[in-house]
Design a protein around this ligand. Sequence first.
Ligand SMILES: [Zn+2]
Length: 380
Amino acid sequence: MPEETVIAQIYRELGEEGLAKARWQEKMRVLGSLAQLLWSALFALLLVPTGWAAALRDALGGQSAFGALLVVLAIMVLQGLFNLPLAWYFGYRVEQVLGTNRQSPAGWLLDYLKQNLISGALFGLFFWGVYMVFRTWPGGWLPALAAVVFLLAVGIYLAQPLMLRAQFKAEPLDDEELNARLARLFEKAGFAYGGVRVLRAGEKTARGNAALVPNGGRWEVVIYDTLLDEIGPEGLEFVVGHELGHRAHHDWPLILTIYGLLFVVGIALAHAVLVWTAGRWGLAGPGDPATLPVLNLVLSAWLLLGQVAGNAFMRSREYAADRYALELTGSLSGFERAFLILARQNLSDPEPPAWVEFWLHDHPSIAKRFKAMQEAARSL
Ligand SMILES: [Zn+2]
């Protein structure tokens, strides 16, 4: 009898109920993306044709540079509150139905506010920068816009560890043997090992995750305690090897560049729409911060389409990182172990609908990754 593949094992472990949840999760991913766009449109309709955005701009002195910053931040706070029901449904309620949620509504709300404070400050400064560029160089804003987008990309990259720290308590890994094993893996790959930080994620979620974050010239492994409890040393070596692969291939600068270009094109499209709004609903055109709901709507719609390109690129880099980890660890069993655990914890559909994967997934399906790995293992 042929040995059972990891894909068959995943299907068996998910069971009928788990698979139904995994498929429902895919449906929610699509609905969530569309609902987000609809919500942005509703927000713009509520604020712009009513003249409320223009009134807010006048009340906060949006003609000055400082006043423009206040207008941007005020609109972002309003949008954060307006988004609350949607975020609650797709961020809290869906997780509850899936059975992955371990938070109280109040705990979730606190996290939502903390995350929105960090990302709101980052994007607030970004949008303010965009308006300042439109005002200062009305005829030749493109190079300066590219510089502002570049700063946003750097900001997003640097904010990642901050976001994790705001969300989870953490402690250093208390396991000498595993530490030594990972240190050897880093040495073999030629990277400086910065230790392991275990995030106490299990208080909030049943999901598992791991990442590498920069820490003073070294790379620190951050891992959810939920995943660490189950994955085992071989599985962890594969996951860490995969992340090292992304670093070795310089995937993050490439991905940030692609998303940076998408942002530049999206803002350029929005600029054309903002020119059209000049003289309507009390708006003054591209340099007017009261146009933010419109700018945001155009940018969201564009990114919902444009992410197809970003996701396609990211998926191709996933295969390369898998291969790197396979060559580094020298065995397929770590991959199989890691995928079995991650699929069960995150309720991953091993074979999601192809169009959903094409549109919304930044990772290839587990079935595709497993097939690619089997082929790579044969040529080892
Ligand atoms: Zn990856």
